[in-house]
Design a protein around this ligand. Structure first.
Ligand code: 1DX
Length: 185
């Protein structure tokens, strides 16, 4: 993944736990560098190791760390130079979700090594969207939960998230049901 992702992890850890804890985590993960170059590629494995090491050092489940990371990613990219993506991709929670694949296509036009996930959305009813999360990276669904919470927060939209199908428990891919009780699209 692009270094931007690992930089976001680093920023989240330093903000919440400080520089010393970050150095502990990256050492445990076997990461030699102190920080990452945003537009360079790093092995996915490195990111997984950072999550695992953060889980051990902070004494929190890896799933909780991934969820927190997802939420942080929205704020981080919004303020670190990618805010325009949020403006382009729609001015509501619903529009943004339906435009996510287009957003990734756009980012991928500029950054050829992007291997984006796909989020396919369908309306179930006025208040409910079913979202199919397709990815080549296994086990990251808690991160998606956090991304959704971060997005809902960004758009000040109340949302209830269910995860009725999960690839970890034998599902073909993960599915999320998003209910927005105040929606009238
Ligand atoms: F709900 O792969 C809302 O490297 C969402 O399953 C979900 O393959 C917002 F300059 C610049 C760059 C850089 C901008 F090239 C990425 F460095 C991308 C900014 C998306 C904002 C996907 C990051 C693939 C890297 C992936 C979890 C889990 C998607 C991370 C979140 C908006 C982004 O993101 C999986 C890679 C951006 C950039 C956004 C992502 C790669 C998302 C979301 N993904 C790189």
């Amino acid at each position: 993944m692009y270094g931007l992702v690992n930089e976001a992890v680093r920023n989240l850890v330093i903000t919440n736990a400080g520089e010393d804890t970050w150095n502990q985590i990256r050492t445990k993960a076997g990461v030699e560098v102190e920080s990452f170059s945003r537009m360079d590629q790093y092995p996915d494995d490195l990111t997984y190791r950072l999550v695992g090491a953060a889980s051990e050092v902070l004494g929190a489940p890896a799933d909780a760390i991934m969820e927190q990371f997802g939420e942080f990613w929205i704020r981080y990219t919004g303020r670190e130079g990618y805010g325009h993506l949020f403006d382009i991709a729609g001015n509501s929670f619903r529009d943004f979700l339906f435009n996510l694949d287009a957003l990734h296509t756009r980012v991928g036009d500029n950054f050829k090594d992007l291997r984006p996930p796909s989020f396919k959305c369908e309306d179930v009813n006025e208040q409910t969207i079913r979202m199919h999360y397709l990815t080549e990276r296994p086990g990251l669904c808690p991160m998606v939960l956090g991304l959704l919470r971060g997005l809902a927060d960004h758009f000040e939209t109340e949302v209830f998230v269910e995860h009725p199908v999960c690839s970890r428990t034998g599902g073909e891919h993960c599915e999320f049901l998003l209910t927005m009780p105040h929606a009238n699209r």
